[in-house]
Design a protein around this ligand. Structure first.
Ligand code: HEM
Length: 418
């Protein structure tokens, strides 16, 4: 690897130590201080990858018309970011239809068909139901002396909410969670280290595609107030509606996009608040701070640490030239701690003036589910704040998943007083 202009140690999203995964920010700082944009040349040739560490650099990548999700035709693969090898046909066909991997004009068409269902007003309408789901989960925790916040609250909450949105029967929700986790394996930064990651994900893709095809048929026969029924109904009303393939792919996409991310936000928020008792006390005594606190928590330790793009035309990124054909990895976690953008960036500050943090992305791919995620995080955290006064011990084991893209603890154990 080389920096633009000077020699650097290699930066990579793989093979991090457990300590660095738990706190990646000193690592980002070391690299960012040397150069905001750094080039890596893959062993054995192929397009260079440019890692972008600064806030202005990441914002440029996310908003530039010269960057896209598909490699140039002369580059590796043709779609879905070149992530899925050709032989995994089901997985490839599925993710090729995911909004996050589409470029305009197809992205514009699909996003406009989904936008209404993910508006702030729709998220507000879901709040009473989210409160009930969170309340039920908390009621079960109260009877426990030791609680794994991830397994028993942060993971079930989003899966229950998305299942509700899609109108999936309650008894299939645990099955959905497991299938979604298997699928997610293929896009994690550890996927390349696991020989069977794509096999596991491809099998999950087949199961999920068959499941949502059945759901779509059932809703055509008997529509309900859920998203699948609305998308099926729109097929006869819109000029260029989603096809069956696109509806099925969208259901799977929403499941995976909204599941692990929200789980990680809730779990990392608990960790951050336990490490910052003043902020925790403040939030407990003034819950009106919650909406701002959620965005500060997303800035402080974002659940998605990195997103990638292909460069379609030569680009200036933070004064560095990135040539067409390269891959760019935009480090959201680093940009959110860039001292050139934020004062005292490593401090969790619940009163920080709102600013464009990049935890939900920026530009045309800005998180479609951001309003829903904010509602889930606010309600989930408020429910947990009621429980946290009972925490008598500092957190027990915190295990981080070995993933520097979808980032967060896989286990967070706390002890509660009797
Ligand atoms: C896109 C983060 C929750 C659906 C994104 C992107 C980020 C992100 C960073 C941009 C990806 C890119 O530019 O390549 C998060 C975080 C969440 C969250 C941190 C929770 C705390 C959700 C939820 C849903 C959702 C709950 C829906 C149920 C999507 C979709 C996209 C997306 C569909 C693609 C948008 C597009 O390409 O136009 N999210 N997300 N996300 N997110 Fe989220």
């Amino acid at each position: 690897m080389s920096g633009v202009g000077r020699a650097l140690p290699a930066f990579t999203l793989r093979g991090w130590s457990r300590g660095d995964i738990a706190d990646p920010y000193p690592v980002y700082r070391r690299f960012r201080e040397v150069a905001p944009v750094q080039r890596a040349d893959p062993d054995g040739g192929g397009p260079a990858t440019y890692y972008v560490f600064s806030h202005p650099g990441v914002a440029t990548v996310l908003t530039s018309r010269h960057c896209g999700r598909s490699p140039l035709p002369s580059g590796p693969g043709t779609a879905a970011d070149g992530l899925v090898p050709d032989r995994f046909a089901t997985l490839r066909d599925l993710v090729d239809n995911w909004l996050v991997f589409l470029d305009p004009p197809r992205h514009t068409r699909v996003r406009s068909l989904l936008a209404t269902e993910f508006s702030p007003a729709v998220a507000a309408g879901l709040r009473p139901r989210i409160e009930m789901i969170a309340g039920d989960l908390i009621a079960q925790l109260r009877r426990r002396s030791v609680v794994d916040v991830v397994a028993e609250f942060a993971a079930p909450l989003p899966i229950l909410v998305i299942s509700e949105l899609l109108g999936v029967a309650a008894d299939r929700r645990e099955w959905l969670r497991a299938a979604s986790t298997a699928l997610q394996e293929a896009s994690s930064s550890r996927a390349a280290a696991r020989d069977d990651a794509h096999d596991v994900a491809d099998a999950a893709a087949r199961r999920l595609s068959a499941f949502f095809a059945e759901q779509l048929d059932a809703r055509r026969r008997e529509p309900g107030p859920d998203l699948i029924s609305l998308l099926a109904l729109a097929q006869s009303r819109e000029v260029a509606p989603l096809s069956d393939t696109e509806i099925i792919a969208t259901c799977v996409h929403l499941l995976t996009a909204g599941h692990e991310t929200t789980t990680n936000l809730l779990a990392k928020s608990v960790l951050a608040l336990l490490a910052n008792p003043d902020a925790l006390d403040e939030l407990r005594s003034d819950p009106t701070l919650l909406p701002g606190a959620v965005d500060e928590l997303v800035r402080y330790d974002p659940p998605v640490q990195a997103v990638s793009r292909w460069v379609h035309r030569d680009l200036q990124v933070d004064r560095h030239r990135v040539p067409a054909g390269s891959k760019v990895v935009a480090l959201l976690g680093s940009a959110n701690r860039d001292p050139a953008r934020w004062s005292d960036p490593d401090r969790l500050d619940l009163h920080r003036p709102p600013g464009p943090h990049l935890g939900f992305g920026m530009g045309i791919h800005y998180c479609l589910g951001a309003s829903l995620a904010r509602a889930e995080a606010e309600i989930g955290l408020r429910s947990l704040l009621d429980l946290l006064p009972d925490v008598t011990a500092t957190p027990g084991p915190v295990d981080y998943a070995d993933d520097m893209i979808f980032h967060g603890p896989s286990r967070l154990t706390v002890a509660l007083s009797a």
